[in-house]
Design a protein around this ligand. Structure first.
Ligand code: HEM
Length: 134
């Protein structure tokens, strides 16, 4: 069920956060993956950004669980990333998800196919919602 997937993802995220700086690994992967991405973050304060993304991923998980606070939090990110604001091309979310899964894979010592498919399910829901607002 979706509830089982949420629990699997929450436990995996907990292991990642306990294991060291998973979001640092993510931003290294993500910025290294394309000059276009690197350019978008050229003025970013990463100590701040990592905290914002840590919360953003929690909102993605809450959104997938159909939690109301998750929905309103993700609505705000959907607006900040839309064509009128940060203008994040919807095609970039595939790369974002790929880099995040790579980072999770290297930080979660219990990573396996079920953990991976659960993350995919949870992230796809939020990503679809954000892209629809572009
Ligand atoms: C800023 C989350 C995907 C580029 C932010 C912020 C959050 C966030 C929480 C802080 C500002 C705010 O709260 O609105 C997410 C989530 C994503 C995602 C959850 C995926 C579902 C992307 C993608 C890009 C991107 C694909 C592509 C380049 C940026 C940039 C900023 C930002 C450039 C501003 C950085 C700065 O202030 O210097 N994101 N983001 N994001 N995001 Fe995303």
């Amino acid at each position: 069920s979706i509830q089982d997937k949420i629990s699997i993802v929450q436990n995996s995220y907990g292991r990642c956060l306990a294991s060291g700086d998973v979001l640092d690994t993510f931003y290294q992967e993500f910025l290294g993956s394309s000059p276009e991405i690197k350019e978008r973050f050229k003025n970013t304060d990463f100590e701040k950004q990592k905290k914002l993304l840590k919360h953003g991923i929690n909102l993605m998980i809450m959104f997938a669980a159909e939690n109301l606070a998750g929905k309103s939090g993700l609505k705000r990110i959907r607006e900040s990333h839309d064509s009128k604001h940060l203008n994040i091309n919807p095609k970039l979310y595939d790369l974002w998800k790929f880099c995040l899964l790579q980072a999770i894979k290297s930080h979660d010592y219990k990573y396996n196919n079920l953990v991976e498919s659960s993350w995919n399910n949870v992230l796809d829901k939020g990503i679809r919602y954000i892209k629809e607002g572009y």
